[in-house]
Design a protein around this ligand. Structure first.
Ligand code: ZN
Length: 263
């Protein structure tokens, strides 16, 4: 696991720490709680407005991250996530569109998804030179969103699935992610392998979103060795926000990726 500390403003007090996937040369990462100005349950790098934090610190955090990454706000494609399966062609957007994924082949365009337990997936195709980002909670996973991103990359940029690489960031997993019988039944009905939802000793089911997304991606033609997962559980890791652990009073991380601009 490679944590990379980005340069940040000296007054931050704590460095901005961003989790990155190994061997991915393009600008990308998964933020942690570190390096922002929000306080209380949102401390400190809360990048989302949907859980009760004030606009001012959230916008300051977003600006702080974009500055550290070297991106302007008008280069960002961020959208209003609705647990659906729409994949935007990643035009610049500041939370205007409703969608849960985006793709682009435009250098310098930063794709962003917000998460706090749901899985963030980053896609990159070094051959067709295209990237994607997706927000996969159980509904998006069930809808096969990860496979739809790959399909859109093929349609839009000529990506071959065997060239696409995927980085799965932190999300709730293992024994921390228990779900109801109706969720398990929906996955079974959709044809997911039975080991995606495993009963524990108490007869409750845990849902393995990483395994489920690996299965979706395999069906879309992405080789298993091209899929990397952080293995980090948001619920277990106090350096990360977790919607379930903190009963909704928590912040949001960003997962982001861009094609580099030619130097
Ligand atoms: Zn956990």
């Amino acid at each position: 696991m490679a944590y990379r500390a980005l340069p940040t403003q000296p007054e931050a007090g704590e460095p901005m720490v961003v989790l990155t996937a190994p061997d991915l040369p393009w600008p990308h990462g998964f933020t942690t709680r570190a390096g922002g100005v929000s306080s209380g349950p949102y401390a400190s790098l809360n990048l989302g407005l949907s859980s009760g934090d004030d606009v001012e610190p959230v916008e300051a955090n977003r600006e702080r991250l974009l500055t550290a990454l070297g991106f302007r706000r008008d280069a960002v494609c961020a959208f209003h996530q609705v647990h659906g399966d729409r994949v935007l062609p990643g035009q610049p957007s500041w939370f205007e569109e409703q969608a849960d994924a985006a793709t682009t082949d435009v250098p310098g365009r930063l794709l962003v998804v917000s998460v706090a337990d749901c899985l963030p997936l980053l896609f990159f195709d070094p051959v067709a030179e295209a990237v994607g980002a997706a927000h996969c909670g159980w509904r998006g996973t069930l809808a096969g969103l990860a496979g739809k991103v790959v399909a859109r990359m093929t349609e839009r940029y000529g990506s071959r699935p065997e060239d696409v690489r995927v980085a799965i960031g932190p999300g709730i997993q293992g024994p921390c992610y228990q779900v109801g019988d109706e969720v398990v039944a929906a996955f079974r009905e959709a044809g997911f392998p039975s080991d995606v939802a495993v009963p524990d000793e108490a007869g409750r089911h845990r849902l393995d979103l990483v395994a489920a997304n690996r299965w979706v991606l395999g069906g879309a033609g992405v080789p298993s060795e091209s899929i990397w997962s952080s293995g980090v559980c948001t619920h277990c890791q106090p350096r990360l926000f977790s919607h379930r652990r903190d009963a909704g009073r928590t912040g949001r991380h960003w997962a982001f990726i861009a094609l580099p601009e030619p130097s």
